[in-house]
Design a binder for this molecule. Structure first.
Ligand code: NAD
Ligand code: DAU
Length: 414
């Protein structure tokens, strides 16, 4: 185990995205060290996520690409960076199936460029700073593949077996990071985390998508039979795990991070509906569960993920703190209180994505169709929200959600 590292700035890539933004806010609230956020502001990056630190002198936002080696080299040098926390990625599995190129470009080539810039920079540092430097590769449990119901959970020695272009691109980056450690001695740390949820998650992912669709009177599209299992972790617990790894993990080490909260998707969606029924009931008195619709499955859909996290518990003393039921309740409340945020991130690109991914997804297996497409449900807020194409609405018998103009995501720049 190495000594905690202090002094110098953190370079956080992808810090305007879901987990990155939570990490930056959490770090600045708890630690004194400055943060440089580097983010390309793709559809998933949103400066509004960092609004509360826009005037914090310890925070610098830089709009740029991780593949821009000259830019990264300058930032590392000018801010005397002592650690890179690498979140920047294309992160959505369904998008990787529809268009894998961007995943190879950012997750593989971008990560490689970042590793190379880090290697070059570390080579210029005096011994003590070189020994203290860390490159934290934030990866996913999806690199391990898919489990059957009785299989033991993923451990850090489970062989990689990625199944989607997304997980394959993350696995490639993990291998490159590992190679940088073994070959060049770049002090790399790698983490493999399970499904995160919480504030600022882009509404393409299961939980925020379901909350958004429920509130707009749209169908809740459950892929296949809905019995795929994910292990859910509140994003604040992921942030605390990353802080523990940064502070105490030995260079070259690898840690799994999970929530010990395995749930089938359908159970998650039903729980969300029950929470929404309680916190923001439909005006017609029906349950939001009436909007659940089983749709065509995701190709190559991983059946189950589960995490053996004894290593991080034993070595670093880390445990998740947020119980799933409480975290989900808090998350539903957050989305209900931040419907403006959801509308703001719904750019034209997002709407095109919804059309591409969900239009023409036929009802799923075993005759499951919508068990109750919303009929006439629309409260004042869902009438005031929305957009979407006529084509999508016609194919899914979903009531129109009336036009919110796509808002700029890039509200402030520094
Ligand atoms: P996200 O899609 O919400 O955010 C990704 C961010 O990266 C965005 O701000 C985007 O603008 C930025 N970005 C994309 N390409 C870039 C580039 N070329 N240069 C600079 N910035 C770029 O993703 P997320 O869910 O917050 O995931 C963050 C990281 O954590 C990813 O590496 C992901 O693989 C990993 N991870 C996510 C989860 C999860 O459940 N969401 C779980 C485990 C691991
Ligand atoms: O396991 C960690 C991974 O978790 C991260 O590496 C990824 O970046 C993150 O996106 C997430 O991947 P998943 O594919 O598990 O997350 P998603 O929210 O897309 O889907 C969760 C489950 O819900 C999955 O089994 C697919 C299903 N699903 C998803 C959507 C968007 C549906 O049934 N319907 C949907 O509309």
């Amino acid at each position: 185990m190495s000594a905690p590292i202090t002094g110098g700035a953190l370079l956080v890539t992808g810090g305007a995205g879901f987990i990155g933004a939570n990490f930056v806010l959490d770090w600045l609230a708890r630690e004194g060290d400055p943060v440089v956020t580097l983010d390309a502001l793709t559809y998933a990056g949103n400066l509004a996520n960092l609004a509360t630190v826009a005037r914090d002198p310890r925070h610098t936002f830089v709009h740029g690409d991780i593949a821009d080696r000259a830019l990264v080299a300058r930032l590392l040098r000018e801010h005397q960076v002592r650690a890179i926390v690498h979140f920047a990625a294309e992160s959505h599995v369904d998008r990787s199936i529809a268009g894998p190129d961007a995943f190879v470009k950012t997750n593989v080539l971008g990560s490689f460029a970042l590793l190379e810039a880090a290697r070059e920079y570390v080579g210029t540092l005096p011994d003590s700073a070189r020994a203290a430097f860390r490159f934290l590769q934030v990866s996913t449990d999806e690199v391990y593949g898919s489990l059957g119901p009785q299989d033991p959970p993923f451990s850090e020695t489970t062989a990689f077996d990625p199944r989607s272009p997304y997980s394959a691109s993350k696995a490639a980056a993990d291998h490159l990071a590992s190679a940088a450690w073994h070959t060049y001695g770049l002090p790399v740390l790698t983490t493999h985390c399970s499904n995160n949820y919480g504030p600022f998650q882009f509404p393409e992912k299961l939980i925020p998508l379901m909350i958004r669709n429920a509130r707009r009177g749209e169908r809740l599209p459950v892929y296949g039979d809905g019995q795929q299992v994910r292990d859910w972790l509140h994003v604040s617990d992921h942030c605390s795990a990353l802080r523990a790894v940064l502070a105490r993990a030995a260079p070259g080490s690898r840690y799994n991070i999970g929530g010990s909260s395995e749930r089938p998707n359908l159970e998650v969606v039903r729980t969300l509906c029950a929470l929404l029924d309680e916190l923001s009931p439909r005006t017609d008195g029906a349950s939001y569960a009436a909007q659940i619709a089983f749709v065509t499955d995701r190709p190559g859909h991983d059946r189950r993920y589960a995490i053996d996290q004894r290593r991080i518990a034993d070595d670093l003393g880390w445990q998740p703190q947020v119980r799933f039921e409480q975290g989900l309740r808090d998350t539903v409340r957050w989305y209900l209180e931040h419907e403006d945020w959801v509308r703001t991130v719904e750019s034209g690109e997002y709407r095109r994505w919804l059309d591409l991914n969900y239009t023409g997804r036929d009802p799923g297996p075993a005759g499951h169709g919508s068990p109750g497409a919303p009929s006439g449900h629309a409260d004042t807020r869902s009438q005031a929200a929305g957009g979407g194409s006529d084509k999508a609405r016609a194919s899914s018998a979903i009531p129109p959600d009336a036009g919110t103009a796509p808002a700029s995501r890039k509200g402030h720049a520094r």
